[in-house]
Design a protein around this ligand. Structure first.
Ligand code: MLT
Length: 266
């Protein structure tokens, strides 16, 4: 990855220590990964961004090299971690893009700290909460993760993320390496997340919604609804991509990010 500084941990007052990586220089793009994954999923996309954009990629709490606290990680807590990271780095405002769970966190951030946002990227994510059967399924699956470890999630999630066998293998090893306590904390936090479709209706910054035509997890209809509800929303459907456009189509995603960021007014 070009212009990559060494990864470094950051100590966030009153919040959780997050490990992060920075790439490039210029307008700020904070990238939040999805459930069970880590910051490395963004590296390909960042390498395709033009000059003039700086990516900041944290490992979210419970994931990657960041701290793994006990308990349930609400999307609000995880958004507060991101705010703490911005404060520590003296970042007043940035564009924030989140993938799936990272998108739930970005929406919580947009609700709580709209003044700190320049633009919002929602990548294969969902502003609606879990339906009851999905919530119950998560709780049952997390019992199994507690008993048997992270491979339970790797086996159920990795095959649904992408059609590419290579990518499936690489995300499977990331999930297997994620601490089971982090997986349980994040899953139970997602299970209790709120409906945030209204947040989009009130948001005036540019909102980029990215969907994969082959995504088995995020319904296309919800992506269409999110883009329609945001006054300044744009929907991009990436043909052939599943739930992981940042790995399946990194060039297309980088182009869409740069269009949103370089056209935004400060
Ligand atoms: C993700 O990719 O972050 C998950 O599929 C989100 C979820 O389980 O709702």
């Amino acid at each position: 990855m070009k212009n990559t500084k060494n990864s470094q941990p950051i100590n966030i007052f009153n919040q959780v220590d997050l490990f992060y990586k920075i790439s490039g220089k210029g307008r700020l793009l904070i990238l939040l990964h999805g459930f069970g994954l880590n910051l490395t999923i963004w590296e390909k996309t960042c390498s395709h961004l033009p000059a003039g954009i700086q990516c900041i990629m944290p490992d979210l709490r419970g994931h990657g090299k960041s701290l793994v606290p006990p308990g349930i990680y609400s999307m609000d807590d995880m958004a507060a971690d991101v705010l703490g990271m911005m404060d520590s780095l003296k970042i007043e405002k940035a564009t924030i893009a989140g993938h799936s769970m990272g998108g739930y966190i970005a929406l919580a951030f947009a609700q709580r700290y709209p003044d700190r946002l320049v633009g919002l990227g929602l990548i294969t994510t969902n502003a609606r909460p879990d339906p009851p059967e999905k919530r119950d399924g998560r709780i049952m699956e997390m019992h199994r993760v507690r008993l048997k470890g992270s491979s339970v999630l790797a086996d159920s999630l990795a095959p649904r993320l992408t059609k590419s066998a290579d990518l499936e293998n690489s995300v499977r090893s990331i999930i297997n390496a994620t601490n089971p306590q982090g997986i349980v904390g994040a899953s139970l936090g997602m299970a209790e997340r709120l409906d945030r479709m209204d947040v989009l209706r009130r948001l005036n910054c540019p909102v980029l919604v990215v969907a994969g035509s082959e995504d088995l997890i995020t319904p296309l209809a919800v992506c269409e609804e999110m883009a329609l509800n945001a006054p300044n929303g744009k929907l991009v459907i990436i043909k052939g991509a599943g739930h992981l456009p940042m790995l399946e189509e990194p060039k297309i995603l980088a182009t869409e990010f740069s269009k949103m960021i370089l056209s935004a007014h400060f």
